[in-house]
Design a binder for this molecule. Structure first.
Ligand code: HDE
Length: 696
């Protein structure tokens, strides 16, 4: 079986396989008739004694549990983490104890604002929650795909979420921040500006869960076995490259395939293409942190990699899909309070609120205090304590002792002392206050750093996203207030957005701090998606090959073989599904149709040679829209021989055929064009063709 690890054995106990088995009630009684209610006569009333009907309906009536208040829509997979080296110098945490150590993990990715059945490709942050089943208990690293957050203090979280969720009077819009209440709130909260820049960038619409970075966001502590501590930030880097959609594509995909990211993750793992991430740590001391121009306890700030570089410490591979979506993905309960010896918290006030929130919400969602016993949540390390009873208790704790100290059970279970979890003895002796440290008052420097670190195309996409979102805001004063905040980030950005809204650029919003400390870094290439090293080949890339009877068969066969060899997933897309006959009389079967799978669902397009096929495709109502989206979304297109005519008909100006990623070739030249095509697809997209550049 694909990807076994230590969790496979522990979950085996609850796996159920009904093959060759009789249908039974929950009490194990075999059911004779699963079609008809018990009645007094064939046309008579149904009988109350029908325990089979009543058990079935009663269970059905209770099949739904409350969805998560945030991150309701998600997808998950099993896998493992492998340490590159022992990190004992910094931490005694079990996963980093020795080189090559393997720790099983379960990872859930999610959107934040949308409900459980909402679309995958909404503009939003993405959750990136990792449960490590370590030898010393469960450690949950509950992160996002963006390294900063909207707010500095947990006190504001319910306000933020109430503002972004559908407006309470009419329940709209679903899975979208483009509405008045969200922008009202964030425009009054300048600390959210940095995170807004990330969400409005293409990071807010990832290509795949497999192609996102992950971040622990907060500053955490590492503690070694001598009790010495350093600060650290956690970063996950996808080995598949970090790639995003473009907005027009994301909107269209949400209609054609709301499960786009869920399907992508599932299919990759089913086909043995296991996604992989490298874990990197930014390690720094408290003394270093004090000198930074920002506060490391402020979750709206990141630490530029130029200031504290990443130390790669291991890799994570996801190699097994869940057996059951509800039992695993839905019932998994992550919690920032789940830490293990060697990891500790910092005093980030946002983190403090999270330490409370997760268990609290899960008690409602999972129906009581015993959800740690649900198989997906159970620790692989043994659990012994004096907690007892409660709803749905599974453990059969034996004996009469459920207290400590005791003599009747020989003092067991006994506390571990220094070998157990010991909180880092940080010295704290200050007045009880409600307030913020001075550096928290600086709200714009890193928003500007982010914007200035983007390429021209990325900046144009950020401006377009602000324009789109604010154009959906009905109250002009909110638009204006947000613009006045953006002036503090970049005059050019504010001007661009204002022009798109038909407004004047207002005066800058007054800032909370007049004389901020100078930033250490003014440009950080690591913040630009397009500047990230991205040569990741074409494994799992979805390539559409248009097919129709009369196509040039030999050229497609050689292309198909080369692409499959390179790990791509090739789809033959026809005017309908089923067989088509090529020029040699050989058949090619379309597994998709242009109607059921529009062009924007694929990463690249091949238009076949063969005049009969081209003529028939030209007459199909879907062909032009199918082709145009590849061009619009700057994806790679290869047109062979007569197929080039279709590009012309779609309005693609072949005089500009030098455009990056538009490849024209004769069927005779396949050997030459295949490597060029593969290279172009590996580039993901060709931003030099982006229409946003036209106005630059
Ligand atoms: Fe969460 N968050 N959060 N959050 N969060 C939840 O817990 C909360 C925050 C994150 O796949 C909830 O079980 C508060 C930051 C992820 O199951 C809830 C605050 C980051 C997931 C909750 C934050 C996250 C959640 C809802 C501010 C990135 C999904 C259901 C103080 C570092 C985990 C649940 C999964 C889920 C509270 C802010 C990430 C309500 C109070 C910052 C990935 O407890």
């Amino acid at each position: 079986m694909l990807g076994t690890n230590a969790t496979t054995a522990s979950l085996e106990r609850v796996r159920v396989d009904a093959s060759e088995q009789l249908l039974t009630t929950n009490q194990g009684v075999a059911i004779g008739d699963n079609q008809n209610t018990l009645k007094a006569g064939l046309r008579g009333p149904s009988l109350l004694e029908d325990f089979i009907l009543r058990e079935k309906i009663t269970h059905f009536d209770h099949e739904r549990i409350p969805e998560r208040i945030v991150h309701a829509r998600g997808s998950a997979a099993h896998g493992y983490f492998e340490a590159y080296d022992a990190m004992t110098q910094y931490t005694r945490a079990a996963p980093f104890a020795e080189k090559g150590k393997i720790t099983p993990v379960f990872v859930r990715f999610s959107t934040v604002a949308g409900e459980r059945g909402s679309k995958d490709t909404a503009r939003d942050a993405r959750g990136f929650a990792v449960k490590f089943y370590t030898d010393e208990g469960n450690w949950d690293l509950v992160g996002n795909n963006i390294p900063v957050f909207f707010i500095q203090d947990a006190m504001k979280f319910p306000d933020l979420i109430h503002a972004v969720k559908p407006e309470p009077h009419h329940g709209m819009p679903q899975a979208a921040s483009a509405h008045d209440t969200f922008w009202d709130f964030v425009s009054l909260m300048p600390e959210s500006t940095h995170m807004l820049m990330w969400v409005m960038s293409d990071r807010g619409i990832p290509r795949s869960y497999r192609m996102m970075q992950g971040f622990g966001v907060h500053t955490f502590r590492l503690v070694n076995d001598q009790g010495q501590s350093v600060f650290c930030k956690f970063h996950w880097k996808p080995l598949q490259g970090t790639h995003s959609l473009v907005w027009d594509e994301a909107v269209k995909i949400s209609g054609a395939d709301p499960d786009f990211h869920r399907r992508d993750l599932w299919e990759a793992i089913e086909s043995g293409e296991f996604p992989e991430w490298e874990l990197g740590l930014q390690i720094f001391t408290e003394e270093q942190a004090e000198k930074f121009s920002f506060d490391v306890l402020d979750a709206t700030k990141l630490i530029p990699e130029e200031l504290v570089p990443l130390t790669p410490v291991g890799r994570m591979v996801l190699n097994r899909n869940p057996d059951n979506f509800f039992a695993e993905t839905e019932q998994v309960a992550f919690c920032t309070a789940h830490i293990i010896p060697g990891i500790d918290f910092s005093n980030d006030p946002l983190l403090a609120g999270r330490i409370h929130s997760y268990v609290d919400t899960q008690i409602t969602r999972l129906g009581g205090a015993n959800f740690h016993e649900i198989p997906i949540n159970a620790s692989l390390a043994p659990v012994h304590n004096n907690q007892r009873d409660g709803m749905h208790r599974q453990a059969l704790n034996r004996g009469r002792v459920a207290y400590e100290p005791n003599s009747l059970a020989g003092g067991c279970p006994f506390q571990a002392g220094a070998s157990g979890f010991v909180s880092f003895p940080e010295i704290t002796a200050e007045d009880k206050v409600r307030g913020k440290p001075a550096k928290f008052a600086e709200h714009y420097a890193q928003a500007t750093l982010f914007f200035n670190s983007q390429s021209v195309v990325e900046q144009a996409h950020i401006a377009a996203a602000f324009r789109f979102e604010l154009s959906k805001v009905g109250v002009p004063a909110i638009r204006e207030r947000m613009l006045s905040s953006l002036v503090n980030v970049s005059q050019a950005l504010a001007a661009d957005v204002a022009a798109g809204l038909g407004m004047e650029v207002p005066d800058a919003m007054p800032t909370a701090i007049v004389d901020p400390l100078p930033s250490e870094v003014s440009v950080s290439p690591a913040l630009s998606l397009l500047a990230l090293p991205g040569e990741c080949g074409i494994r799992t890339r979805q390539i559409a090959v248009l097919v129709e009877s009369g196509l040039h068969h030999a050229s497609l066969v050689s292309l198909y073989e080369a692409l499959v060899d390179a790990g791509a997933v090739v789809h033959f897309v026809g005017p309908r599904v089923g067989m088509f006959v090529g020029d040699t009389g050989a058949g090619i079967e379309a597994n998709k149709s242009m109607e059921n799978s529009p062009g924007f669902l694929f990463d690249a397009l091949v238009v076949p040679d063969g005049s009969g096929a081209v003529q028939a495709l030209a007459g199909n109502e879907h062909t032009m829209a199918f082709i145009k989206d590849f061009f619009k979304h700057c994806k790679t297109v290869l047109a062979l021989g007569a197929g080039q005519e279709l590009l012309k008909m779609a309005g693609i100006d072949l005089v500009r055929d030098k455009d990056e990623g538009i490849l024209l070739a004769d069927s005779a030249d396949m050997a030459e064009v295949i490597p060029t095509f593969i290279k172009a697809v590996a580039a993901h997209r060709h931003p030099s063709r982006d229409s946003a550049l036209a106005s630059k």
